[in-house]
Design a protein around this ligand. Structure first.
Ligand SMILES: [Zn+2]
Ligand SMILES: [Zn+2]
Length: 252
């Protein structure tokens, strides 16, 4: 598999990166994990959106799904369209929330039906597949319904934390993975609220406890000190660890 970072700025787009979005290629299959502010523009640098095989949304905070509205417009109204119907794996409320985000007026919301663009596959239905890629998910610890996601293809595995505080569910989901793409939003400290995000230290600890091969840190907000979060993670996890960068390619 190949991971291409569309955006990795935590909690919103920053001056140097869109918000969260990741393109994963596995053989001829292309899927996107999250599509936050600005990530759809970056996606068009790396592929023709009409070739997208699936969209996977970890949760419905805008920094992870705001650009789905742009994808809808592209699929419907691009001169070469309409695009094919794309499977969309997400939380329970995905269908209604995307309709509200897309339709500006209450009349339009009632009439909005996105079934020409997406087929919904809630995570609650259990494990799924995107072509040859096996998808499993686990609920993680965030203020809204949120999931960590594990993708497996030809014996290789990528686990994405989404947004979460420290939790056993993420450790178990990431057990033995080749790569853990893990959020690291703030520095470690007792004042941090529980059940929201991971510090660099907690991301490193998660990687160590799960026994992953490699740790990729993401979701660093524009105001945070990325190298300091990386140093925290490296104190906990001795395997290869780095901060991802926009447009970075990572082979799994
Ligand atoms: Zn976020
Ligand atoms: Zn969030």
């Amino acid at each position: 598999m190949e991971l291409i970072v569309l955006g990795c700025s935590g909690s919103g787009a920053g001056p140097h990166s869109p918000a969260s979005g990741y393109l994963v290629r596995a053989g001829d299959t292309s899927l996107v994990l999250d599509l936050g502010n600005g990530a759809f523009g970056a996606l068009q640098r790396h592929m023709d959106p009409f070739d997208l095989d699936a969209l996977v949304l970890s949760h419905l905070h805008p920094d992870h799904c705001a650009d789905v509205s742009g994808l809808i417009v592209h699929q419907r109204y691009h001169p070469d369209g309409p695009g094919k119907v794309v499977p969309l794996h997400g939380p329970t409320e995905t269908e209604v929330r995307l309709a509200v985000a897309y339709a500006p007026s209450s009349d339009e919301r009632v009439a909005t039906d996105l079934s020409d663009v997406f087929t919904y596959r809630p995570f609650a239905q259990g494990p799924g597949a995107i072509g040859p890629v096996a998808l499993t998910s686990a609920p993680v610890d965030h203020p809204c319904e949120a999931y960590g996601i594990r993708l497996e293809h030809e014996g290789r595995s990528l686990v994405y934390s989404g947004d979460t505080g420290p939790c056993r569910e993420l450790v178990e989901l990431a057990r033995g993975a080749d790569v853990l793409l893990c959020e690291s939003t703030w520095s470690d400290g007792p004042e941090r609220p529980p059940g929201v995000h991971l510090s660099g230290r907690q991301a490193g600890r998660t990687a160590r406890e799960a026994g992953v091969e490699r740790l990729l840190l993401t979701h660093v907000p524009a105001w945070a000190d990325g190298p300091a979060l990386l140093a925290e993670a490296r104190e906990e996890f001795s395997g290869p660890t780095e901060l991802v960068v926009p447009d970075g390619h990572y082979t799994i």
